[in-house]
Design a protein around this ligand. Structure first.
Ligand code: NDP
Ligand code: 8X3
Length: 259
């Protein structure tokens, strides 16, 4: 274990499943304090209890919050106990995709949900935490974007646009915070088997699992390892941008499957 993260406060949005939950485990292994955020508080508490079974000394605070609602987000950060207010690492991970309709058939509710979560939610959380980081001249912001922000694929339209926006916001944050000592990281995963496709296909488990048939996808743990790697570099190093793919995936539309 690298002691650099011991007792640091790590805030993870979307920690109730997938990549966020895996990050929570990996940061617990590092001795960090965990501020875990999502809408499903019961799932968050399951993650907390599972971590405590393995790392019983971990200090974990779970908070129910829908990052789409600016008032909920600001209230959460304003009302944190004093010993949780100084966040060392923010992992903006909460996000989702809804549907794969062509733009001309797009469902407005899906568009709003993706834009509000993946772009506005990320901004609302960042806006609450970044000023304190700048004031303290220490901190790291890690945004989980996607390969979808680099390459559009059929039906990806609005989801891809939100992830391109997340990527642009990451770069903008790094530029705007230059000189404060804050490190800003963009991570673009390829295909990771989580609840992502289940959410995209509105609970259709068969359709969701077929996305990952015939090849070995990434796991949440694979991405969490990368996040921890970024967070454990010495202060003078910023890992600015990472694309991480399953070996079978060459692009958003080229995945070698053996079915
Ligand atoms: P999951 O569906 O497993 O996890 C998504 C997490 O986001 C859940 O914890 C969910 O919690 C949370 N979340 C969603 N909406 C909100 C909201 N409005 N407010 C608060 N939390 C919210 O998917 P992944 O782990 O795969 O996704 C994590 C991130 O990684 C996303 O940003 C996704 O776009 C990105 N990504 C995923 C890839 C993949 O292939 N899986 C590839 C590239 C990027 P809850 O429902 O409890 O609120
Ligand atoms: C999630 C990966 O390729 O389904 O961002 O968009 S993909």
């Amino acid at each position: 274990m690298n002691t650099i993260l011991k007792n640091t406060v790590i805030c993870i949005t979307g920690a109730s499943s997938g990549i966020g939950a895996a990050c929570a485990f990996k940061f617990a292994e590092q001795g960090a304090k965990l501020l875990l955020i999502a809408r499903r508080i019961e799932k968050l508490n399951e993650v907390k209890n599972a971590i405590l079974l393995v790392y019983p000394d971990t200090d974990i605070l779970t908070q129910q919050c829908d990052v789409r609602h600016q008032n909920e987000v600001s209230l959460l950060f304003e009302s944190l106990p004093d010993d949780w207010k100084d966040i060392d690492v923010l992992i903006n991970n909460a996000g989702l995709s809804r549907g794969l309709e062509k733009i001309q058939d797009g469902i407005l509710q899906n568009w709003d949900e993706m834009i509000d979560t993946n772009i506005k939610g990320l901004l609302y959380v960042t806006r609450c935490i970044a000023p304190k980081m700048a004031e303290r001249k220490t901190g790291m912001i890690i945004n989980i974007a996607s390969i979808a922000g680099r390459e559009v694929y059929p039906g990806g339209n609005v989801y891809c646009a939100t992830k391109a926006a997340a990527r642009t916001i990451t770069t903008a944050t790094r530029i705007d915070m230059n000189g404060t000592g804050i490190r800003v990281v963009n991570i673009d995963p390829g295909m990771v088997e989580t609840e992502f496709s289940l959410v995209r296909f509105h609970g259709d488990a068969q359709k969701a699992s077929s996305v990952y048939n015939g090849f070995i996808p990434l796991t949440g743990e694979d991405i969490a390892d990368t996040v921890v790697f970024c967070a454990t570099r010495p202060q003078h190093i910023t890992i600015a941008d990472i694309l991480i793919l399953p070996t079978a995936q060459a692009s958003t539309t080229l995945v070698h499957k053996e079915l």
